[in-house]
Design a protein around this ligand. Structure first.
Ligand SMILES: *[C@@H]1O[C@H](CO)[C@@H](O)[C@H](O)[C@H]1NC(C)=O
Ligand SMILES: *[C@@H]1O[C@H](CO)[C@@H](O)[C@H](O)[C@H]1NC(C)=O
Ligand SMILES: *[C@@H]1O[C@H](CO)[C@@H](O)[C@H](O)[C@H]1NC(C)=O
Length: 402
């Protein structure tokens, strides 16, 4: 029995915008939104978390092309993609779009590490890995587990601006390891309209109906893309990053404890694109926490909840078309590490004091819509309606904030 490691690393600092897309891209967006919502819905529901469902999808889509039988069906079903050729078209187009994004720093990198010696990817999968997923392929001697882990971790660090460190531990690698798949996604954007640090201050935040904490909140009144969703029972706000191709979409439930309901609806296929199309530009008073979150997710626990189980089984994992040898493989480890930082400009934060924003949140009859994110919310970094990262915010201290 041999092992495959799937590792996802991922990272970020934030935001988004969207533009019109053709039919195929729109279908893909819908499926990615649904998968993302399901993925985010499985994150801890009482602590802030960041994840990149898109990053996980890259590796799952690659694995789908190397599987057969039940495993293959499970992967296609959970990704919402009908067949292998659709995976090829969809991910080639996503890869090339992501390369052309303007104004923000975005890097999507995939690497496949294979055990030295006679091992190699099967010829078909190798072609797909290179052509569709733009993957690098390297041989490593996993017997030398410390050196191999260092080598992989260095690569991840180099692709994530040093935000993701020590993704894989040496003890995860051994002489039975045949393959390690790593996907690293890094995003950094600067707000098209930056927040003024002078206006940031500690403000009350309702963690739930019974608990309030103080978190640093930024404030800005400006023209943003805004909407109200009756279906989700939430306010929507989209703030662009420089370049206007990427943006941060914040979905703020009307109720303090409304986030669970929003995630549930989205994961059941709620038509978010329809809500997005009804958003409009208007002056808005925005109060938004600044935050920094790092999350490590064990995908061997999360993916089975999305119906992806077979690839983790030691018998009949279905990973029959991955390597050029007849050995039985299974996925023994799969994890994702993600990081996000949202602040006034998108760079490192500085301490600042401001005035009471509570007034701004609760001012009576404000002249413009008030978007006051003082209760748990969902924040999604979008690129042309495609979510890269999703954050569920339940309150978090910003290190270094006074
Ligand atoms: C896109 O989705 C629509 C409705 O769900 C479906 O009728 C259409 O065939 C899909 N198009 C493609 C190219 O998959
Ligand atoms: C979150 O919920 C889990 C499981 O219910 C619990 O073990 C953990 O202590 C909770 N964390 C916080 C910060 O409330
Ligand atoms: C929290 O408050 C809302 C609004 O008052 C209420 O509808 C909801 O049931 C409360 N949640 C719990 C768990 O008590």
């Amino acid at each position: 029995m041999r092992t495959i490691y799937t590792l996802v690393s991922l990272l970020i600092v934030l935001q988004s915008s969207f533009s019109s897309t053709n039919m195929d891209a729109q279908n893909l967006s819908r499926e990615i939104i649904k998968f993302s919502a399901k993925f985010c819905n499985e994150l801890p529901n009482n602590v802030s978390a960041i994840s990149s469902p898109l990053s996980a999808e890259y590796l799952l889509a690659l694995l789908a092309l190397g599987t057969s039988d039940i495993a293959h069906t499970e992967l296609l079903t959970s990704l919402g993609i009908p067949d292998d050729n659709s995976i090829r078209t969809a991910f080639s187009s996503v890869s090339s779009k992501l390369k052309s994004i303007k104004g923000v720093t975005l890097s999507v990198a995939n690497n496949v590490y294979i055990m030295e010696g006679q091992y190699d990817l099967s010829p078909d999968l190798k072609t797909d890995a290179i052509d569709v997923f733009d993957a690098g392929i390297e041989k490593l001697n996993f017997n030398e587990n410390v050196a191999s882990a260092n080598h992989i971790n260095q690569w991840v660090e180099s692709k994530t601006n040093s935000k993701i460190k020590n993704l894989i531990s040496a003890d995860s690698l051994n002489s039975d390891t045949r393959l390690v798949l790593v996907n690293a996604l890094y995003f950094k954007g600067t707000w098209a309209k930056q927040f003024d640090k002078q206006l940031t201050s500690n403000q009350p935040f309702d963690v739930n109906n019974n608990t309030k904490i103080n978190v640093p909140m930024m404030f800005k009144e400006d023209t943003f893309v805004y909407g109200e969703s009756a279906g989700l029972q939430a306010q929507l706000l989209r703030m662009d990053y420089i370049g206007k191709e990427a943006s941060l979409l914040v979905i703020l439930p009307n109720e303090i404890e409304g986030l669970g309901g929003v995630l549930q609806k989205l994961s059941n296929g709620y038509d978010l694109l329809n809500d997005l199309s009804k958003m409009y530009s208007t002056k808005v008073r925005v109060t938004l926490p600044k935050f920094k979150i790092e999350t490590e997710i064990d995908l061997t626990t999360l993916l089975p909840k999305l119906g992806i189980k077979q690839i983790f089984k030691q018998e009949n994992s279905g990973l029959t078309k991955v390597l050029n040898t007849p050995e039985q493989l299974y996925v023994s480890k799969a994890l994702q590490k993600a990081f996000i930082e949202v602040n006034e400009e998108g760079a490192e934060a500085a301490a600042a004091t401001g005035f009471g924003l509570e007034l701004l949140c609760y001012i009576e009859k404000p002249p413009v819509p008030v978007f006051c994110a003082d209760r748990p919310f969902l924040a999604v970094i979008l690129f042309q309606n495609m979510p890269f990262f999703c954050t569920t915010f339940h309150g978090s201290k910003f290190p270094g904030f006074i």
